[in-house]
Design a protein around this ligand. Structure first.
Ligand SMILES: [Zn+2]
Length: 301
């Protein structure tokens, strides 16, 4: 019964007017809801026990082959929440993404406004297949999933255990069983070093894909030409047209090669670019951040 689960605690906090944007305040709010559930289902491991939440909250979990093109969804048929995992589409994606999809559905259940929406409408609005959509509710669930799988206190320790770079990112990615993109997005929100994430396809960035950056990152966008091409010196420009897989790599650039400097600003002299294989051919993902002494020392040894 719903009323016997911890859900009732969340339903009481539901607000009348849902927020319009995924603001910083809203992100903190979502993180708080997730932290409440994490304190109920404490885990000694750094891996969040999604199964324990599902069982404890009496959510049904059904894995089956469905014809529709969804990966996962959550429904409410009076008194029962059910998460459907569609083997038809999920068997095509890697297990890490399957875990994220499950966490996403659990986040819908845990965020009070979504829970209320589910109770009134029986299921979330259908969205296009994929990890992200433009729907605010979907963005909130993505954010909730990332908080659920990468709890702030635990992952901050890992983020701070060594300078930001390939080594740390790969270690954290493995440890929390999440994708590199998920780690970077989490770091962007709570990490110490300001970073900018740049997605690049065939040498070009798309308009909305260079804007993923920490709020303290001082540049709003990299230097790009009319065709949205990044400077030819960048690893992103080179790797995203090579068509071949590559190991993560790094390069130090004079800041002026990547960003427009301002005379009234104390621009850093050098930036580091680290570049990773993308998920599709001719795509890659670069992360740019200021070259620090700690990074130089680590990578010189
Ligand atoms: Zn969703």
């Amino acid at each position: 019964m719903l009323t016997t689960t911890k859900t009732s605690l969340f339903l009481k906090t539901t607000k009348k007017n849902p927020p319009i944007l995924l603001t910083k305040k809203r992100k903190l709010e979502i993180e708080l809801y997730i932290e409440i559930i994490q304190s109920v289902y404490k885990s000694d491991s750094h891996i969040t026990d999604l199964q324990a939440i599902i069982e404890g909250e009496k959510i049904y979990l059904i894995h089956d082959d469905f014809n529709d093109d969804f990966e996962a969804c959550i429904t409410f048929v009076p008194e029962f929440f059910t998460i459907f995992m569609n083997n038809n589409t999920l068997r095509m994606v890697d297990p890490i993404r399957q875990i994220f999809s499950l966490a996403h559905e659990i986040a819908h259940y845990l965020i009070p406004e979504h829970n209320k929406y589910l109770c009134e409408n029986l299921m979330m609005q259908k969205v296009d297949i994929g990890m992200e959509s433009n729907s605010l509710r979907e963005k909130e669930a993505e954010y909730g999933a990332s908080c659920l799988l990468m709890p702030r206190v635990k992952i901050t320790e890992d983020f701070n255990s060594e300078p930001f770079g390939i080594q740390m990112l790969m270690r954290v990615k493995e440890k929390y069983r999440v994708s590199l993109t998920a780690v970077l997005k989490r770091y962007k929100e709570i990490g110490i070093e300001p970073i900018m994430i740049v997605y690049c396809y065939s040498g070009k960035v798309s308009n909305d894909k260079y804007a993923e950056k920490s709020s303290r990152f001082i540049y709003s966008k990299p230097i790009i030409d009319e065709q949205m091409r990044l400077p030819a010196c960048t690893l992103a420009a080179v790797n995203s047209i090579s068509g071949i897989d590559f190991e993560p790599m790094s390069k130090i650039h004079p800041t002026s090669d990547l960003f427009k400097l301002k005379s009234d600003r104390n621009d850093p002299l050098h930036m580091v670019e680290i570049c990773f294989n993308g998920y599709s051919e001719n795509s890659c993902l670069s992360v740019v951040f200021e070259l620090t002494e700690a990074y130089r020392t680590l990578n010189a040894s």
